[in-house]
Design a binder for this molecule. Structure first.
Ligand SMILES: [Zn+2]
Length: 148
């Protein structure tokens, strides 16, 4: 399952929910800026993503994960290693990189999970797994001693 939202926490939230939110904030927020995604004046990673109240997979196999506009946000940022300048942004669900709760909780690291939307990609991956090891047919012939 792919998630693209900050995990909401309040006074009644469990320790696990708080840890998950911390992991999302620490590892799964895309912060835009020069040296990161701004290439020739355009944001190359496609963030900020549109809000969506539900996950949509349409007939053309286009995928839009749920990113609700629920008012939740965090301040995120980064420091440019070249200039030392810090850039900050208000990050809503529009800036959450797709993640899997299990992988994020287990590895506490940035793991971008994407929905595969093309049937040919599945065939390609299965073909890779089922084709077996690389083999080579070799025919050895004994050299005729009389020819020497
Ligand atoms: Zn960006």
């Amino acid at each position: 399952m792919v998630s693209c939202e900050l995990t909401f926490v309040d006074d009644k939230s469990s320790v696990c929910q708080r840890r998950l939110r911390d992991a999302v904030v620490n590892h799964m927020i895309h912060t835009c800026g020069e040296g990161r995604c701004l290439v020739e004046g355009k944001y190359s990673k496609g963030f900020r993503k549109p809000f969506s109240d539900e996950t949509i997979v349409d007939a053309a196999a286009d995928f839009a994960p749920r990113r609700r506009n629920n008012g939740d946000s965090v301040i995120t940022g980064y420091r440019d290693p070249g200039t030392g300048k810090r850039t900050e942004q208000v990050s809503t669900n529009q800036y959450v990189v797709p993640y899997n709760v299990y992988f994020l909780a287990k590895y506490n690291s940035h793991i971008n999970v994407e929905f595969v939307k093309s049937f040919s990609v599945i065939l390609y991956l299965l073909g890779y797994m089922l084709k077996g090891p690389v083999t080579l047919d070799v025919l050895l012939k004994a050299k005729n001693v009389q020819d020497c």
